[in-house]
Design a protein around this ligand. Sequence first.
Ligand SMILES: [Zn+2]
Length: 236
Amino acid sequence: MAFLGGLFEKKYCDFCGEKLGLFGNTTLAEGGHICKKCAQQLSPWWSIGKTTSVTDIHEHLMYREENKAKVAEFKVTRTLGDNYKVLFDDEAKRLIITSASDFTKANPDVFDFADVTAATWEIDEDKSEVTTKDNEGKTVSYNPKRYTYRYNFYVTVYVKNPYFGTIKFKVNSSYVSIDPWDEYEAKLAEYNALLRAHRGATPVTGDRYTPNLAENEDYLGYRALCDEIVEALNNK
Ligand SMILES: [Zn+2]
């Protein structure tokens, strides 16, 4: 069985000494390893890998210990966000970006206002085709093609930090979904019902193919929230 020796050689975490399982640990430079549990103590914004040395991580863990003291001192004066939250301590001029429900337990990185250099936001649109079946039961496209749309909202923050330069987080907790065809049909049905009832009805605008972003409250709400977060980060 010697030929399997290398494959099943027992490996140990360089930080806690625990025997490593098959999954969930990260290989570091020069054959070093960190287990999943120890990796949870690192900043979530720092990505480690085969170019990260065990010494790098020891230094980072010292930075993380110092950060715990800053978290303990942190006094929230303003909160912005939904999924991820930006917490401000306007007196100490520091801020935290976290998705933790209790930030005092998660040791999120505490940044000085001066270390946050800029922030931007973007919306990701992901469209997927809606298909139908032909007479033989084969999946076919509509003509013209029909799509549903999903939107996610991201803020990117540029920071001065020895371990990472950017933080990108999702503002929305679940994606905003728009089905132009269904929405148009619903508006048309409402319009026709009003006509039948001899009530005032304004003709339906738009079409069945273009997402009506200007009337989608969730879309507009998250867009405004992105604006508000970026504005606050850029004008601290
Ligand atoms: Zn470990």
